[in-house]
Design a protein around this ligand. Structure first.
Ligand code: ADP
Length: 274
């Protein structure tokens, strides 16, 4: 009973934490089709500043697509996405909503970072340049500012000793940590982690998850974590979303999802990890 009370208190704290704040991301009845195939079938989802959401569910259920939509790598077929109080694909001109121009999209994109399963580092650049590149070219920071920021982030992911090293000389776990530093250095308001440990050898998974947990603990950035690591999801998430076949089937606190799941589908999904 004591444990239950504690959990309830924690849940109330969380709810209170987000009660008066505007969501940083709001998916409104989002649908997405690729040709005939509808992969997102009407999703409503709000993500609050600082909130950590873990998205779990079978492969092919549309989790990556939801992330890519927010990253503007895909455009929705229907519905709208609000990011930081503005529509993603539309903008207001003289009180009227018109289709967003490239400038609007570019500005909005700067609020979101995404890290992928495959790290996509620039192979011909050393670690430091991989991380300073976007701050210099996209944010227009001076060499010195970009350098300082990059060092801070590389320290955070435990790679300040590897500044001069090229990606080919790094382990998969180290590469993924560089990719995380490269995304962090842009100081996004929302960060999407898309199965960032799925391509790693098992012994390298832990170091990457630890780094993400540490970043999560720091707080203010909202995080959308697409993952098959259930223990990690449980540790790090404020809220867990279970999706299947393009819909959100169930959502709740880690306790609700892992100890009190309601739908047969979620129970059978979780059964695979038991
Ligand atoms: P998840 O991340 O949950 O595994 P995805 O979002 O990657 O799911 O994929 C959802 C469905 O959309 C899958 O059936 C996938 O094959 C399909 N899909 C994703 N991207 C494309 C694309 N560019 N063209 C066609 N089908 C796609």
């Amino acid at each position: 009973l004591e444990k239950q009370t504690e959990e309830l208190d924690a849940r109330e704290d969380r709810n209170e934490r987000f009660a008066d704040v505007q969501p940083i991301v709001k998916y409104n009845n989002i649908t997405k089709s690729f040709g005939e195939l509808e992969v997102i079938k009407g999703v409503d989802l709000e993500l609050y500043p600082g909130e950590k959401i873990a998205m779990i569910g079978p492969s092919g259920s549309g989790k990556t697509t939801l992330g890519r939509l927010l990253m503007t790598l895909e455009e929705p077929t229907g519905g709208t996405i609000e990011l930081d109080g503005e529509l993603l694909w539309h903008m207001e001109v003289k009180g009227k909503l018109v289709r967003a121009d490239e400038k609007h999209l570019h500005r909005m994109r700067g609020k979101v970072g995404m890290i992928f399963q495959h790290f996509n580092l620039f192979p011909h650049m050393n670690v430091l340049r991989n991380v300073t590149m976007a701050p210099r070219t996209v944010l227009g920071l001076s060499r010195e500012e970009a350098h300082d920021r990059a060092i801070t982030m590389l320290r955070k992911v435990g790679l300040e000793e590897k500044l001069e090293v090229y990606p080919s000389q790094l382990s998969g776990g180290q590469k993924q940590r560089v990719a995380i530093a490269r995304a962090l250095v842009m100081q996004p308001k929302v960060m999407i982690f898309d199965e960032v440990t799925s391509a790693l050898d098992p012994e390298l998974v832990g170091e990457v998850l630890e780094v993400i947990k540490e970043i999560a603990r720091e707080g203010e950035m909202a995080m959308l974590l697409i993952t098959h690591e259930m223990e990690f999801a449980r540790d790090v998430a404020d809220r867990i979303i279970f999706g299947a076949e393009g819909r959100i089937v169930e959502q709740g606190t880690p306790e609700q999802i892992f100890e009190n799941s309601q739908s047969e589908r979620l129970q059978s999904f979780l059964g695979r990890f038991a």
